[in-house]
Design a protein around this ligand. Structure first.
Ligand code: LMR
Length: 391
């Protein structure tokens, strides 16, 4: 059975990261994979995480199996972070293996409960979304999202598609820092989307990997909370890789807002899916996040560190915008209008290849640029490369 295996193309993001690591050129710049780097180009160890690690080291607890759904204090802390003051809303939270694990756990649940539903994703979306949902056996299709003419959100296109869907279909949404475009709907646009979603009886599935990178922790959860305030059932996948700079620990959560559901039965169903997939979640990353979010001082230290990351990315957007304006004149306002880690340059694949081959500047083939990889020492090089391939 193994001698006729079809060949698979490398993953467009992870494969590019491997190519970047293998590139011997000293001035190479990684603007591909979504990893936040500090001004020195390093993945930071947050001081709040370091302090939480010290607490855990002191406690010296043995390594035991976590509950299938994760520890209760972790689940409570995540609930507060994502849903804020919505304390009475009927929400079940389970710990997952990062954001990808949350999407997969949610996809398995949906396939189980609603096998005929189609999952509608924004066009474009994260390169792995379709694979996760198709891998769970669900049908996948796309709704218009990015308007190439305006560089903004195509609300009319999205509503025209969503407004025709059958009840029970699933709509994948990025509540902030849309990946790959950095284009987020305004509050009014979200309201219009939720009107359509409620009218059609659709089920939103939010993928929230960057809470705090656009406007702030609570501001970025606005769309999720608005959906819950309206009583619309929804799923939320949270990733803590970026916002706690904990990429290797694989820490995340899935929340299900299910008005009218029996919460114990819903939790049981989720636990069934987790048990037959990976049995129970990893301990260390969740213990760190739990330690931070359950201690006032540590939480405010973390929030300040998250804010500093957000502001550094904004400053890099402004600096690149200025440099490109100097080199090419107007035309790069998208950099300052978009949010989060990513910008969509609109560059064709041949130009992306040229940036990598001629200048050692790595962008994802879709034209996505990770602004979190920019710093004072590489920004001129990046803007020169962008100007050269644009010219
Ligand atoms: C990205 O979009 O670059 C990140 O979410 C990393 C990944 O796993 O693709």
């Amino acid at each position: 059975m193994f001698d006729q295996l079809p060949a698979h193309a490398d993953d467009p993001i992870l494969g590019l990261f491997e190519a970047y690591k293998a590139d011997p050129r000293p001035h190479k710049v990684n603007l591909g994979i979504g990893i936040y780097c500090d001004e020195q180009g390093r993945v930071p160890v947050l001081a709040s995480v370091r302090a939480a690690r010290a607490l855990l080291a002191e406690a010296d607890a043995p390594s035991v199996y976590a509950p299938t759904e994760g520890a209760q204090p972790y689940r409570d802390a995540v609930r507060r972070l994502v849903f804020g003051e919505l304390e009475t809303a009927p929400i079940v939270v389970v710990q997952t293996v990062a954001g990808t694990g949350a999407l997969k756990t949610g996809a398995d649940l949906l396939k189980d409960l609603s096998p005929e539903a189609t999952v509608w994703m924004p066009d474009p979306t994260w390169a792995n979304h379709a694979a996760i949902f198709e891998g769970a056996g669900l049908r996948v299709d796309h709704y218009p999202y990015y308007d190439g003419r305006t560089g903004g959100f195509d609300l009319d296109g999205a509503i025209a598609t969503l407004g025709k869907l059958p009840a029970g279909d699933i709509v994948l949404l990025h509540p902030c820092c849309h990946n790959p475009t950095g284009v987020d709907p305004s509050h009014d646009e979200w309201r219009a989307l939720f009107d359509t979603i409620a009218q059609r009886g659709l089920l939103p599935f939010f993928d929230m990997a960057y809470q705090g990178f656009a406007q702030g922790v609570d501001e970025d959860a606005w769309a999720v909370r608005e959906c819950v305030r309206r009583g619309i059932a929804c799923l939320v996948a949270s990733s803590f890789s970026k916002i706690f700079s904990l990429y290797g620990e694989r820490v995340g959560a899935l929340a299900v807002h299910a008005p009218g559901a029996d919460a114990a039965r819903l939790l049981g169903r989720l636990k069934l899916g987790i048990r037959r997939s990976y049995s129970c979640p990893p301990g260390q990353g969740a213990a760190l996040v739990q330690a931070i979010l359950s201690d006032r001082a540590l939480e405010s230290q973390w929030r300040a560190e998250l804010e500093a990351m957000r502001l550094r990315m904004r400053a890099m957007r402004t600096a690149l915008h200025r440099a490109l304006h100097r080199a090419l004149g107007p035309g790069s306002d998208y950099l300052v209008a978009q949010h989060g880690m990513f910008s969509y340059t609109g560059l064709a694949p041949a130009r992306i290849d040229a940036m990598r081959e001629r200048f050692g500047v790595y962008l994802v083939g879709s034209g996505r640029l990770c602004v979190a990889g920019l710093n004072a020492s590489n920004i001129e090089r990046v803007s020169a490369a962008l100007a050269a391939v644009r010219a």
